[in-house]
Design a binder for this molecule. Structure first.
Ligand code: GN1
Ligand code: MG
Length: 361
């Protein structure tokens, strides 16, 4: 087996590697911080080849979007950063070993990631950056971007996967999850709406990030947003995928791994800060239909993730990294608790959304 240092040596970096730290981020890929002797740092990532099998298209999507963002930022003198890919010594953007595919990227100096929001400013900045991502990629030719994980945010597809898992699940796991299973079935009709509207071409297709969690934003030490990272799931999609997934991840009062169901509620102050940040970059771009269904996207994306964690629990944990046997069940319960809170506060969410985007009710 090649060591991580051996892997790094296959990329075009001149200085020797002096330290490697594991970065505990993400449920799918493995990520490392590589420190070199001249104070230059890099991010090494092993892409999970069970989840991502069309590696060429994924890398191409990432490179095309990064280059496009770089050009847009230069044109508009935006302060945001884009992490450059370091090519391999054979001039490719990734290398392949028995264990999977590896990419190396520049580390953006003096940057930090945050797992859970600590103040309104961080949330506003995250909204602004993810809004900027939608706005900046709106000038990119959509035909260049491949759908690498088909139906990634399709509710009918995720529901079908849930049904398949349910049909073959162990009785013990099914009975532990019964309350959640009932909840999922009870809300099915409403949660299919966004996918149905997409099928009817109600919304423009845009370049979307599709994994807009808080930890995929880099901040500086004063909580200013610096960059959007983790472009693995960049695909053609609808703005709701990004907005809804952010609300799920950024505007909850707990993290998705928390067992504290009582505290798992929507934070309306954060929701407002997120909307304001997102609207500051996108309100001139989005259509009336897109804006009016943003609150529904919050419900839907929370439902999708709850469903996916539940499905993986019923499948005996084959997809997400887990640390204990009920880890996926805990995550699914957390997401469904958040969904209940969004349902209870839905009118307030709509009012905040429409006023942030200056849309008349
Ligand atoms: C996965 O691996 P990570 O953390 O970047 C998942 C996302 C989920 C997220 C939940 C390819 O992302 O869809 O929202 O976990 N990515 C994939 O934390 O399935
Ligand atoms: Mg990701």
């Amino acid at each position: 087996m090649e060591t991580l240092k051996d892997i790094c040596r296959q990329f075009q970096i001149e200085q020797p590697v002096i330290n490697i730290d594991v970065l505990a981020s993400g449920h799918i890929n493995d990520t490392y911080l590589i420190s070199c002797s001249n104070n230059l740092n890099y991010i090494l990532q092993k892409i999970n080849n069970k989840v991502f099998n069309n590696i060429n298209s994924i890398i191409l999507n990432k490179v095309i979007v990064s280059n496009h963002l770089k050009n847009e930022f230069n044109k508009t003198e935006t302060k945001y950063h884009v992490a450059n890919f370091i090519k391999s010594k054979t001039d490719t953007f990734f290398i392949e070993t028995n264990e999977g595919f590896w990419t190396l990227m520049e580390y953006i100096p003096n940057s930090k990631t945050i797992e859970r929001a600590e103040n309104n400013k961080q949330v506003f900045e995250a909204g602004k950056l993810y809004g900027n991502f939608i706005a900046s990629t709106s000038t990119l030719d959509l035909k260049l971007i491949k759908e690498t994980l088909p139906e990634f945010h399709s509710v009918p597809f995720r529901f079908f996967q849930f049904e398949e898992a349910h049909n073959q699940a162990k009785i013990s796991r099914k009975s532990k999850a019964q309350e959640l299973i009932d909840f999922v079935l009870e809300h099915k009709t409403e949660m299919f709406q966004l996918s149905e509207l997409k099928e009817k071409n109600t919304f423009p297709i845009r370049v979307t990030h599709n994994d807009t969690k808080l930890s995929n934003i880099l901040f500086d030490e004063n909580d200013n947003g610096l960059a959007v990272i983790d472009l693995d799931t960049v695909m053609p999609g609808i703005v709701h995928f990004d907005f809804g997934d952010s609300v799920r991840s950024i505007c909850s009062n707990t993290i998705e791994d928390s067992e504290n169901i009582e505290q798992t509620t929507i934070n309306l102050k954060y929701y407002e800060a997120y909307c304001k940040g997102f609207a500051s970059e996108t309100s001139n771009l989005l259509t009336k239909e897109e804006i009016s269904f943003l609150p529904l996207s919050a419900k839907t994306l929370i439902y999708i993730m709850g469903l996916r964690f539940l499905t993986d629990y019923l499948n005996n944990d084959v997809y997400y990294k887990t640390s204990y046997s009920t880890h996926n069940l805990v995550r699914a319960k957390n997401q469904m608790a958040l969904l209940k809170s969004v349902i209870q506060n839905y009118e307030e969410l709509k009012t905040i959304t429409y006023s942030s985007f200056n849309l008349k009710n």
